[in-house]
Design a protein around this ligand. Structure first.
Ligand code: GLC
Length: 709
């Protein structure tokens, strides 16, 4: 390969550069903006996009005709929670606490994407999140490092399978966004992230590391700074930690434009310096900007950049192409017939339905759910028949094909029993719409109010300072409240919300998130008890945005509220709102009741090389079958640094018939007690620990044990 060819192999462009006039046309628009020419495109190494086997085949064919060495393109795309069959958004999947189903969803996404010509997915996104103002919380599995790591592993395993070379119906995964993109100041996207290395390693890095430990092929850099240096130009983060300490030798890709953004960040004066810094930091592929293609040759010729850095980047990209079998078959899994056979299949839709039922969280139920078949129902609100229920990052999904709530309810109710008053807009209710909503509600036995956010109100660049529902929706609720009828609120949203104006007014609240292609069916079955809600929040719902960031695994402080000797005023508290969130991590109700009893430790002491067992008996003391996510938390009572009040260490989803009991056993060993000390050593301390077992992070039964070293 010539130096030019090597450098251009590091460039990723969107599909439109490979179609139509760009192949042979004059340099216009985006090409001119990027300062590239046809030869650059002919030499380039990968494509962002690709949504159909025939499209991808023609792009690959055209490319191979023009690439001197016949090097095929890598086709990469964002397949985050489904390709065409769309699953609930990852924050919802996190609330399912169902690792098997999450893995299955990734397998299905990989199958549908691979037959459509995609080789690599830009997923899983495993950024830990604590701030619902940030729009991309919908893309994460939540606020807990252990839970995020567990989901990161199964997503990667689902996408990649056991043998990427042999199994053409898998895709390489790309864990993102490295690192700590989920902690922007003010919850404002792309904003500064600044934390200690200890906090970074303790809370934010575990999920990326877990993805890599199960073989994730790629890493995507984050837009934000990490300790004062943008991740995309951060040598300490990538060369020293990711590559040297963790031993990752796969491909690192920048996020869209992130190499060139080193200039506005202020660590590069121009594209040439941005190219130098990103390459030296370890970025192999530059996405959608042309710092590399425009300046690396010159930097090598001037002796400013060692060509060995370019060689190693090219080699990693070629090795990934080799692993994916692209030199033998540049189409890989692309197959027009299979596209027709497998995409949106009944089997895939069934998994989307199951996951939507398990991801939905029952937040409140004052004996109005499940609904009874003989009740007349008024369905009102902006999500009554809105198919914007796929959520952000569902670009291949079809809203038209999605089952909305009205359609779901129509499978339960005859036309005479269901009246519908949809609201056309998310942030406005017209007088006519309000009048219709009130009119049908007056005639109904129960009102279902379907509320929420438009999908563009979360997702990338979807940050909000006010996380309440739109005022018009709250006003609708208060009008309906005056009718004194049982009112059920179903929420379609991408973030935890401040639910004031809804939570007290409604008799029941069901958090559906963005439930995906089968959302309406799943919610209808949950409303009628065909399925019993079992989701548990993977991210806290704040009492008020003023609490943010609010999360369960917080430190105690020196003046904890409610301590026995706490003063009335001089404690860590707000004068106007409680410290606790409205709903905590791990919270979710059921139509039945689960009683916890006989929490027992196998021993009050844990030997450093041994383990102890925690047993708990869970009984379904209600009238209907249900699933419960039994949670185990541990608190290190005295550490070298302050330690969280609780840390999730294990969980198990169990199914219980009425009056059935099961004993759940959790194993605790010394490794679970390790944390980063002030010298960043990852070890445990001898001493006392409190172990908690329960139905959420607040309702727990606890015991003490001692680690002996
Ligand atoms: C976006 C996102 C990233 C995505 C990439 C390609 O800006 O930050 O998550 O994978 O661009 O679409």
């Amino acid at each position: 390969m010539t130096l030019d060819e090597k450098v251009d192999q590091l460039l990723q462009l969107a599909t439109f550069f490979y179609e139509g006039s760009y192949i042979d046309g004059e340099i216009t628009g985006p090409m001119e903006d990027l300062g590239i020419n046809q030869q650059t495109i002919h030499n380039s190494g990968s494509v962002l996009g690709g949504s159909g086997a025939s499209e991808v085949k023609s792009i690959q064919d055209a490319h191979l005709k023009t690439n001197r060495l016949n090097i095929p393109l890598l086709i990469m795309a964002d397949i985050v929670h489904g390709f065409k069959t769309i699953f609930p958004v990852p924050l919802a999947i996190g609330s399912s606490f169902d690792l098997d189903l999450a893995k299955k969803s990734a397998e299905i996404a990989a199958l549908e994407a691979s037959v459509s010509g995609v080789h690599v997915t830009f997923a899983p996104m495993v950024d830990l999140v604590r701030d619902p103002r940030w729009g991309r919380v919908m893309e994460s599995t939540g606020e807990d490092p252990f839970l995020n790591a567990e989901f990161a592993k199964v997503f990667v395993q689902g996408f990649q399978g056991d043998d990427l070379t042999a199994d053409k119906h898998r895709v390489a995964a790309c864990v993102k966004h490295f690192a700590a993109y989920g902690a922007p100041e003010g919850g404002r996207d792309y904003n500064t992230v600044d934390m200690s290395e200890r906090q970074l390693r303790e809370m934010y890095l575990p999920a990326y590391k877990a993805a890599l430990e199960v073989g994730c092929e790629m890493v995507m850099t984050a837009f934000n700074t990490v300790d004062g240096v943008p991740a995309t130009g951060n040598k300490k983060l990538m060369r020293d930690l990711l590559r040297d300490e963790w031993g990752f030798n796969g491909v690192i890709i920048s996020d869209w434009g992130a190499v060139k953004e080193l200039i506005p960040h202020g660590i590069a004066k121009d594209k040439k310096e941005a190219a130098k810094k990103a390459l030296e930091a370890g970025v192999d592929i530059e996405m959608m900007t042309s710092c590399y293609s425009g300046h690396l040759v010159e930097l090598v010729e001037e002796g400013q950049v060692d060509v060995a850095l370019i060689d190693e980047a090219v080699l990693r990209i070629l090795e990934l192409k080799q692993k994916l079998g692209l030199f033998e078959n540049p189409y890989r899994g692309a197959n027009e017939q299979l596209e027709k056979d497998v995409i949106y299949s009944e089997e895939h839709l069934q998994v989307a339905y199951e996951l939507a039922t398990k991801s939905t969280v029952l937040l409140k139920n004052e004996q109005v759910l499940p609904l009874q078949k003989d009740q007349k129902v008024a369905l009102v609100g902006p999500f009554a028949n809105n198919t914007d229920i796929l959520g952000p990052w569902s670009w291949q999904g079809s809203r038209e094909k999605a089952i909305n709530l009205q359609q779901g309810l129509e499978t339960k109710l005859a036309a005479s029993e269901l009246s519908v008053a949809p609201i056309a807009e998310i942030e406005k209710v017209t007088a006519e719409e309000l009048a219709q909503a009130i009119e049908i509600s007056k005639e109904a036995d129960v009102i279902i109010v379907a509320l929420g956010e438009a999908s563009e109100m979360s997702g990338e660049a979807g940050s909000l300072a006010n996380i309440q529902l739109p005022q018009a929706q709250l006003e609708l609720v208060s009008f309906l409240k005056k009718l004194n009828k049982p009112m059920v609120t179903v929420l379609f949203n991408g973030r935890p919300l401040d639910l004031h104006g809804v939570i007290d007014e409604a008799d029941a609240v069901l958090e559906a998130w963005f439930p995906g292609s089968q959302g309406g069916l799943a919610i209808a079955d949950l409303l009628y008890g065909v399925k019993n809600p079992s989701g548990k929040l993977s991210m806290s719902f704040p009492y008020h945005v003023g609490q943010v960031p609010v999360y369960y695994n917080h430190f105690n402080t020196g003046r904890p509220q409610g301590a026995p000797d706490a003063q009335v005023r001089y404690v860590s508290q707000y004068l106007d709102i409680p410290n606790e969130p409205l709903f905590p991590f791990g919270y979710g109700l059921s139509y039945t009741n689960f009683d916890y009893s006989n929490v027992k430790l196998s021993s009050p002491e844990l030997d450093v090389n041994g383990h102890l067992t925690v047993n708990v008996t869970v009984t379904n003391s209600g009238q209907v079958e249900g699933e419960e996510v039994v949670q185990l938390y541990i608190r290190d009572l005295v550490g070298e640094t302050v330690r969280p009040m609780k840390e999730l260490k294990a969980f198990e989803r169990i199914n219980l018939m009425p009056n059935e009991s099961k004993t759940v056993s959790f194993k605790i060993d010394e490794k679970m007690l390790r944390y980063h000390h002030t010298d960043l050593s990852f070890t445990s301390d001898a001493g006392e620990f409190e172990v908690f077992v329960g139905t959420n992070s607040q309702q727990v039964v606890s015991h003490i044990f001692t680690l002996k070293k």
